[in-house]
Design a protein around this ligand. Structure first.
Ligand code: DHB
Length: 310
């Protein structure tokens, strides 16, 4: 039976509304097989770089009551290992999404060319890693974002999306949207963690995480209103041209429903996946399905973007 939460991101059909954010529990083959066996709508892979990376020293991910802070530093197996792993993941018969990341922008073409011929359904270009020292996030540099898209889009042979940092000013949403609408982008992924935040322990008088003097990306409950605003803003500016994927603080079907009302075509789970494990995907999707039925909505499309004015 087809589920009420079936959806689409760009041209790719998803069997349900909920899958993992690139980040938690999606680096090794074993972790990806666990996602494959779960009810996640897709298998999302950790952002990969040209070479294997150990990542930053630990502790580099810490949970607090309202969310999480991380400075992982791109730990991943290197893109060639993911090219080897991807065929093994096909047995799960769900869309596979690769996330591509760089230490310098000139590395993107090699990654794109390699994944063009890989058996993946969708590419997420990571324009928003906040944890590399001395590198501004691509998404916070609009000239760079535009020139990079201009260079890369002609190279990309797969449906693709871009993972964005949170923006906090309407002018930035408008400037970003003016750039994005020039390109055949399948989806915007809103939002990456709020970069370079600081959580400290006053008892020990130390930061919670070790890298970068304790500065790291914030996720979980803390960021949900920021994520909702970014989804809503881009949905209003570009929702007729591309899909919007919501991510940030989703723990329940009701959270997912809020993102749907704001215009999200699908949602990704980060902090809650770390906390709960792979059961979170099916649970959140089933809770969302119940809410839709109770409210009389017959599909994702029927409720999408239907936030009412006050
Ligand atoms: C890392 C964190 C991110 O938010 C991201 O987009 C990519 C990588 C990291 O530190 O591993």
């Amino acid at each position: 039976m087809m589920s009420i939460t079936t959806t689409q991101i760009g041209s790719v059909s998803l069997p349900s509304y909920v899958f993992g954010a690139s980040g938690p529990n999606c680096t090794t083959l074993e972790q990806l097989q666990i996602v494959g066996r779960s009810d996640a709508a897709a298998i999302m892979i950790k952002t990969c770089t040209l070479e294997y990376r150990e990542g930053n020293p630990e502790p580099r991910y810490v949970e607090v009551p309202l969310g999480s802070i991380n400075s992982m530093g791109y730990p991943n197996l290197g893109y060639k290992e993911y090219l080897r792993i991807i065929p093994i993941l096909k047995e799960f018969k769900k869309p596979i999404i690769a996330s591509l990341g760089v230490l310098k922008a000139s590395e993107f073409p090699t990654l794109i060319e390699a994944f063009n011929t890989a058996d993946v359904d969708f590419l997420e270009l990571n324009f928003s890693c906040p944890n590399l020292t001395g590198k501004p996030q691509i998404g916070y540099d609009f000239e760079m974002t535009d020139s990079l898209l201009k260079e890369l889009v002609p190279l990309i042979k797969k449906p693709f999306g871009i993972k964005l940092p949170p923006y906090f000013d309407p002018v930035h949403w408008e400037q970003a949207a003016t750039i994005f609408k020039k390109y055949p982008i399948g989806a915007l992924v809103c939002i990456n963690s709020i970069g370079n935040t600081l959580i400290i322990d006053p008892e020990t008088e130390q930061p919670l995480i070790k890298p970068k003097g304790g500065f790291g990306g914030l996720g979980g409950d803390f960021v949900k209103p920021v994520a909702l605003a970014n989804v809503r803003a881009f949905s209003q500016l570009l929702g007729d041209k591309m899909s919007i994927i919501g991510v940030g603080g989703i723990k329940s079907g009701m959270d997912a429903f809020e993102f749907l009302l704001c215009g999200a075509d699908a949602v990704q789970i980060g902090t809650q996946f770390m906390k709960e494990g792979p059961e979170c995907f099916g649970r959140i999707d089933r809770e969302l399905a119940e809410i839709l039925k109770r409210k009389g909505y017959k599909s994702i499309a029927e409720a999408k973007g239907k936030l009412k004015p006050l």
